[in-house]
Design a protein around this ligand. Structure first.
Ligand code: FAD
Length: 418
């Protein structure tokens, strides 16, 4: 069933907020596991999430063993969900979540409520826009994030500018370059505050091949222009300020979790970065609410979010059957190292029946080299030598033997090499 109308109150087994790769994967898996009524709610006109806006490859290898463009990938997931009998509701914005769980939604026809035995938050992540980056200058038209640029180019066939400056070198910045190329837009420069690309070192070749100037150790000072962008001022490595004429600016990356719902509700968030706190089962501080995908680790590939959706669905099935270890036997992982941006999951359930190891994923805010420890008291129970770049994640495996008896505290400590 697909609909964008909703009855005043809907009762279901599982309500999924967000119809991107993680939400749709979870919905399909839940139906395959025999869960009767699974509802996917999305505020957009169609489900598919971010890939629907990305008219370039590579999507779909883990899922379909095919290299697909984003929209094709999104429609395959959509079709698979329909074939499994998922109840898809689009143009439905979830505006509040309460314990119960109870969702308050807003549609063009008014408001409604959804009562579910379990809820999955799969609301994804978004890039940091200009307003949150504190860039000075005027406020002209032509300043976008990659996501906004893609929805204009791929969904509305619009060309918002001809010669923009691309800000940032995370992987998504290369997606912005490909989008510009597709639309016949020719960026004048790509600028990065760090001394090397945030994505792979080799990614430097794409702008070079496209004849686009790459400036490292370069900071965006201000955006200029009255109605439309007419240029930007940048501080170069030498300290010199250069004016670059351009008609647009694309802010790329610096992803943050789309966690407004969790934030306004009763769920606990990781204080540093607004990510809902979960255990290794994807269970939030309210044990009837789960989370999966980029809302937990902004931002990863669609394949990883899809896999996580499937895994979390199997935990939800166990939870519906009352078979998941108690949420009360959790210990929070305390992390005080300034270079650690986040650890996910942020708490672990200890259970003497544990037979599987658990992966902790740690993201650093900057380049880091040293040793990462998981400590119980002062004793290191897991350690790993780390040499990593910003935005890359480090995996730390916690064995089932460690998870079998509950400690009083857990600490994640990073010791930089001297
Ligand atoms: C520009 C760009 C290029 C990318 N390129 C690639 C690539 O080439 N290959 C690749 O593998 N990955 C790529 N990715 C990453 C990939 O798109 C993400 O990993 C994936 O989409 C994350 O899936 P998700 O389900 O967690 O979230 P999303 O895809 O973000 O889906 C979240 C959904 O939740 C909905 N939603 C949010 N809040 C609410 C609410 N309150 N009420 C109702 N609905 C709500 C949104 O409308 C959205 O549909 C790219 C990402 C970006 C931004």
């Amino acid at each position: 069933m697909i609909a964008d109308v909703i009855e005043p109150i809907v009762h279901c087994d599982v309500a999924i907020v967000g119809g991107g790769p993680s939400g749709l994967a979870a919905a399909i898996q839940l139906r395959k596991a025999g869960i009767e009524h699974v509802v996917v709610l999305d505020r957009e006109a169609e489900v598919g999430g971010i890939p629907r806006h990305c008219g370039h490859p590579p999507f779909g290898w883990p899922e379909f063993r095919r290299v697909l463009k984003g929209p094709e990938y999104a429609s395959r997931l959509h079709e698979a969900a329909i074939a499994e009998g998922v109840d898809i509701r689009t143009n439905v914005n979830v505006v509040r979540i309460e314990s119960g769980p109870l969702l308050h939604v807003s549609t063009s026809a008014g408001t409604a409520k959804i009562e579910a035995a379990k809820v999955l938050l799969a609301t994804g992540a978004r890039e940091t826009p200009r307003s949150a980056r504190l860039v000075s200058g005027t406020r002209p038209m032509g300043v976008l994030t990659t996501g906004a640029l893609q929805s204009m180019v791929y969904l509305k066939s619009r060309k918002p500018f001809l010669h923009p400056v691309i800000v940032g070198t995370e992987l998504v910045a290369y997606s912005a370059l490909l989008t510009c190329r597709h639309a016949g837009i020719r960026p004048v420069a790509m600028i990065e505050e760090r001394k090397r690309p945030t994505a792979w070192k080799s990614s430097i070749w794409l702008p070079r091949l496209l004849g686009i100037r790459s400036l490292f150790n370069t900071e965006l000072v201000s955006i200029e222009g009255k109605e439309r962008v007419s240029g930007v001022a940048v501080r170069l490595d030498s300290g010199h300020i250069e004016q670059i004429p351009c008609d647009g600016v694309v802010f790329c990356g610096q992803f943050v979790a789309e966690s407004t719902l969790a934030c306004m509700g009763h769920l606990k968030l990781n204080s540093g970065c607004g990510i809902p706190v979960t255990d290794q089962f994807g269970r939030c501080s309210d044990p009837n609410i789960f989370a999966a995908g980029n809302v937990l680790h902004p931002a990863d590939s669609s394949g990883r979010c899809w896999r996580e959706g499937i895994r979390t669905a199997s935990h939800i099935v166990r939870s519906l059957a009352g078979d998941l270890p108690s949420a009360f036997d959790t210990v929070a992982i305390e992390s005080t190292s300034p270079t650690v941006r986040y650890v996910f999951p942020q708490r672990l359930v200890f259970d003497h029946r544990s037979t599987k190891s658990v992966s902790l994923w740690v993201k650093f805010s900057d380049e880091a080299q040293g040793t990462l420890h998981l400590k119980i008291g002062d004793r290191s129970v897991v350690s790993k030598r780390v040499r990593t770049l910003p935005e890359k994640q480090v995996q730390l495996a916690v064995s089932s033997s460690i998870l079998s008896s509950k400690p009083t505290s857990l600490k994640l400590v990073f010791e930089p090499s001297s």
